[in-house]
Write a protein of this length. Structure first.
Length: 205
């Protein structure tokens, strides 16, 4: 018992040069929230995954709900920041949409745990964070719809329903959850290229 107590007393959260302890905790929380769901994950389990005592977590975070807020809003903010950056590039609408699709794919492939949690566990957010998150999501979708409308007006896109176009894009990229779970024998670069080509050009010659 003395050895075990000494281990927990000495255990520390391992960080890297550019990652804070809170970020390490959040990354591990995202993995557990994806695997077991927000409600099914306990702070004790998170502490065990980190190799520390549960009480030590509260030196860095306020609550499990705070972790979910951090994950969901980090993902939402990154999507919105990238969209704003892409819109300011003065590129053609088709190029802007392509860059947005590529960013979504990148997020799904390289930050899968966080994106999965933001996609599936956002309903567990407490107010006022729930309403704020939904507002950000609706605003993001509205901006994408406006871009598709602009592309139709400039004759870059066919006269498709903008809402359907955005739904198709977001649903297709979210479908990468299946690829992540089963790790099909597809090289990531080819996967990205095929998705972008299909969403922008379709199947017909």
């Amino acid at each position: 018992m003395l050895v075990l107590a000494l281990y927990f007393f000495m255990a520390k959260i391992i960080t890297t040069k550019n990652v804070t302890k809170k970020e390490v905790i959040t990354q591990h929380a995202a993995v557990l929230f994806r695997q077991k769901g927000f409600a099914g994950t306990s702070m004790r389990e998170l502490a065990e995954k980190l190799g520390i005592e549960a009480s030590s977590l509260y030196n860095h975070i306020g609550s499990k709900s705070e972790l979910l807020q951090t994950i969901c809003f980090a993902v939402a903010n990154d999507y919105n920041s990238q969209l704003e950056k892409t819109e300011l590039s003065n590129e053609k609408v088709a190029v802007v949409i392509e860059n947005i699709i590529r960013f979504h794919i990148h997020m799904m492939l390289h930050r899968f745990d966080e994106v999965f949690v933001a996609n599936h566990e956002w309903k567990q957010l407490q107010e006022p964070f729930l309403s704020n998150f939904l507002l950000q999501r609706k605003s993001y979708e509205a901006k994408l719809i406006a871009l598709i409308k602009k592309g139709i007006q400039t004759k870059e896109f066919v006269n498709i329903n903008p809402h359907v176009a955005v739904l198709t894009i977001l649903s297709a990229v979210r479908g990468l959850e299946f690829w992540q779970r089963h790790k099909k024998n597809l090289e990531q670069k080819s996967l990205e290229q095929d998705i972008v080509y299909h969403l922008l050009n379709g199947l017909k010659k």
